[in-house]
Write a protein that binds this ligand. Structure first.
Ligand SMILES: *Cc1c(COP(=O)(O)O)cnc(C)c1O
Length: 455
């Protein structure tokens, strides 16, 4: 049995040619986005923000959607991504569990995010769009979209939260290298940015402000649209290539996972690895699926399931999701990509249906897991990814306690080579645990008052 390879590889010919849409298999349909009056939002209401071809994907209930040839061609620059057997991590844990990780850190931008960025840039170009605007916090999404727009041939404008713009220069330089315009947000480029700068010239900015700036620029020009890196249904769809590849890779070695694990910020890499397996689960297969989030931003584990806005200015429709409240101000934990107040409607919905489990991780356990991973497998994970690793280690220890040979699949969502400040802080003892205090959560949930009810 020792003939199983360390990397289970697919050839480019074996790459999936269609995305999987879980909306076709949901036992209960997803509640629609609604306006402030509680009435469903239609495709036309979104047409100034997104191109119609992506809006069609957003509401589609077709099970399989073809991946355009040109998108496949670009994804082939790094896909299919390898599925690794983490033998050295297993040995260090002394576990009978077999641990596999899908390495999404091999993309040029270093994470899973280009899987949807390339597709979104392509559909916008097809629709005649010349400029895409977006926001970025630490810069992972902005750099993925910058690269994708350059490869597809449209212009990209990124509003980057000012404090990250000043403190994390390397992602900004990546975006500029790929030819994008990158502005610190709030900026003088938009009315909302100028207003906020006038009132509070020293503001560090926030993701919510940056979203408002990016949407403002998108809606005021016919040749410009806005792109979002997570949360929406079409983003989950584009990421399913991860899980579809993983299923083919498991077929090659004649195995099937008992447990599938992903970290969850907005939910896209988790949906990407898990939805193709959830399809089997909906049709009777036994598989546990676990989303792991930070204790500091416990959206799935402590946030109620409600209609909430995607941004602080309520420029987006109300989406049905687990949420901490749209005015939630996330604490400065290092896993920047896991700090969003809401969770993808599709991920929230499968949680409501009891198809997935969710856990919340303390930060130090995540960094310890990341170090053990780097010490055994070599790769340095992104701080977000370390949450999935920590959950995987918990499950591997449980398998050891039970003496069971479980097969665990984890999504390794990205590398941490642009996040070394966090490692520096941990290695010099400057990272401590922080669980969101209950009274802070309750205060934040007050912003949900008056929103429409689900159902
Ligand atoms: C952005 C990011 C995440 C979180 O986003 P999701 O939409 O929840 O996947 C996780 N890992 C990495 C490496 C990221 O860049």
């Amino acid at each position: 049995m020792s003939t199983e390879p360390t990397k289970i590889l697919l050839s480019e010919d074996e790459m999936p040619r269609q995305w999987y849409n879980i909306q076709a298999d949901l036992p209960v349909p997803l509640p629609p986005p609604v306006g402030p009056d509680g009435n469903p939002i239609g495709p036309d209401d979104l047409a100034r923000v997104f191109p119609m071809n992506l809006i069609e994907q957003e509401v589609s209930t077709e099970r399989w959607i073809d991946i355009p040839e040109e998108v496949l061609g670009i994804l082939k620059l790094w896909r299919p991504s390898p599925l690794y057997r983490a033998r050295r991590l297993e040995a260090a844990l002394g576990t009978p569990a077999k641990i596999y990780y899908k390495n999404e850190g091999v993309s040029p931008a270093g994470s899973h995010k280009p899987n949807t960025a390339v597709a979104q840039a392509w559909y916008n170009k097809q629709f005649g769009i010349k400029y895409l605007t977006t926001e970025t916090g630490a810069g992972q999404w902005g750099s993925a979209l910058a690269m994708s727009c350059k490869l597809i041939g449209i212009e990209c404008k990124v509003f980057m939260v000012r404090i990250s713009f000043d403190q994390k220069p390397f992602r900004k330089i990546m975006m500029k290298t790929w030819g994008a315009d990158c502005f610190p947000s709030p900026s003088m480029e938009t009315a909302i940015g100028r207003k906020i700068l006038e009132e509070t010239p020293d503001t560090p900015g926030s993701l919510a402000i940056a979203i408002s700036e990016a949407i403002e620029q998108a809606v005021e020009r016919d040749d410009t649209r806005y792109a979002l890196g997570s949360v929406l249904n079409h983003v989950m769809l584009h990421q399913t290539i991860i899980g579809l590849e993983a299923k083919k890779q498991f077929d090659k070695i004649g195995k099937y996972p008992d447990i599938v694990i992903g970290c969850a910020g907005g939910g896209s890499n988790f949906a990407g690895i898990s939805f193709p397996f959830l399809c089997d689960k909906i049709h009777g297969k036994e598989v546990r699926v676990i989303a792991t989030e930070p204790e500091a931003c416990p959206t799935l584990t402590r946030g109620p399931y409600v209609y909430d806005a995607g941004d602080v200015a309520k420029m987006t429709p109300f989406l049905p999701m687990h949420s901490l409240g749209h005015r939630f101000v996330p604490p400065a934990i290092h896993a920047g990509g896991l700090r969003y107040h809401g969770m993808a409607p599709l991920v929230s919905h499968v949680k409501q249906l009891g198809l997935i489990e969710a856990t919340a991780m303390p930060q130090t356990e995540c960094y310890e897991a990341a170090l053990l991973f780097a010490h055994t497998e070599g790769f340095i994970p992104a701080p977000e990814t370390s949450h999935a690793i920590a959950q995987t280690i918990r499950e591997a220890k449980q398998a050891k306690a039970e003496g069971k040979e479980k097969v665990i699949l984890m999504n390794w969502s990205g590398h941490g080579l642009m996040d070394l400040q966090g490692y520096d802080a941990f290695l010099s003892g400057r990272i401590s645990d922080y669980a969101l205090p209950e009274e802070m959560l309750q205060r934040s949930l007050q912003s949900l008052e008056g929103h429409p009810q689900i159902g």
